[in-house]
Write a new protein. Structure first.
Ligand code: DON
Length: 312
């Protein structure tokens, strides 16, 4: 890449144009339906927020409406765990793409209970175990952390989603007990799952997400406040993992067409990091066959391609 991307003069109008376009596009897919609280979400929501490192905010559509962040929570959990634990963490969770669905169980058996990366469910459950072991109240530490990063004290977990995740969490429980049988979960499984389901159920808007992850675009320093959230090496590592595994088994295609570190969630959100530029967050609930939100993928693809933001 030659230098840093130029600040586009027409960024706000592009954000509006992409939301308009997304609203008109019938890309197919269905909202997540594994729990009633997500199955009932209106599929017509479309939001887009871009926050640049200089503080400029560009939003359109439903960018201020909070939604279930689901797997995007894995980024925050990982950043917290990396602060609390040294490189031993990487003996418990690896840094390779999985090539499997986000909740797949088969690979975990072959690989002796060591998940391929922190962004598949098994990896995020190991990270949740680290948080449960290192914090006396990991759930409240988690929500305080995201409130602080997003500068929004109103962020909270959606208790209906949290309860529902617990009720329908058999596959995640299977992953956790399998890892426990290999000695890769230290705390009691119900407590670890409770934390994992809690963090998935936190609700944030596109604006919250774009603001909270600014430090990943700025070598670990939060742009708005100048606060160091993590060291530059940790920011690099999180971005590398997002690039290879953040979009599950669509990560290769996303790197090929977009070229940005990104994380999706089944609540319909995607957050994409543009180093030295800012953060893009998009939301639209219907999901494609990989469990990634189709319209949000399209809005981020268009934004990145039109402004030449690829890191490659
Ligand atoms: O644990 C689960 O399977 C759900 N809470 C969904 C996690 C998720 O968002 C996967 N991402 N696309």
């Amino acid at each position: 890449m030659e230098g840093t991307p130029k600040q586009p003069k027409n960024c706000s109008s592009l954000v509006e144009e992409l939301v308009e376009q997304a609203r008109k596009t019938a890309l197919g897919g269905q909202v997540a339906d594994y729990i009633p609280a997500l199955a009932e979400v209106n599929p017509d929501y479309v939001g887009l927020a871009v926050i640049e490192l200089d503080g400029s905010v560009h939003t359109a559509g439903d960018a201020d409406i909070p939604f279930s962040i689901q797997s995007i929570s894995k980024v925050f959990g990982l950043a917290m765990a990396m602060q609390r634990m040294d490189d031993i963490l990487w003996e418990r969770v690896r840094m390779e793409p999985s090539g499997q669905a986000f909740n797949s169980i088969v690979q975990l058996e072959w690989e002796h209970g060591i998940p391929r990366n922190p962004f598949i469910n098994a990896g995020a459950i190991v990270v949740s175990d680290v948080l449960v072991s290192h914090y006396s109240a990991s759930k409240s530490a988690f929500v305080q952390y995201v409130r602080h990063l997003a500068s929004n004290s109103a962020i909270h977990a959606d208790h209906r989603v949290w309860e529902s995740e617990k009720e329908h969490g058999n596959r995640n429980a299977a992953l956790a007990y399998l890892m426990k049988s290999f000695g890769n979960i230290e705390s009691e499984v119900p407590e670890v799952l409770d934390h994992y389901f809690f963090q998935c159920s936190v609700a944030m808007s596109c604006v919250d997400l774009a603001r909270s992850l600014g430090f990943l675009a700025n070598r670990g320093v939060q742009p708005g406040t100048g606060e160091r959230i993590c060291d530059a090496r940790s920011a690099h590592r999180i971005n590398a993992l997002l690039s290879t595994s953040g979009m599950y088994d669509q990560s290769g295609e996303f790197a090929f067409t977009v070229g940005l570190p990104a994380k999706s969630g089944v609540g319909g959100g995607i957050v994409a990091v543009v180093p030295d530029y800012g953060v893009i967050a998009a939301w639209s609930p219907p999901l494609n066959r990989f469990g990634n939100p189709s319209r949000a993928v399209e809005m981020i693809t268009q934004f990145a391609q039109r402004l030449g933001l690829s890191v490659y």
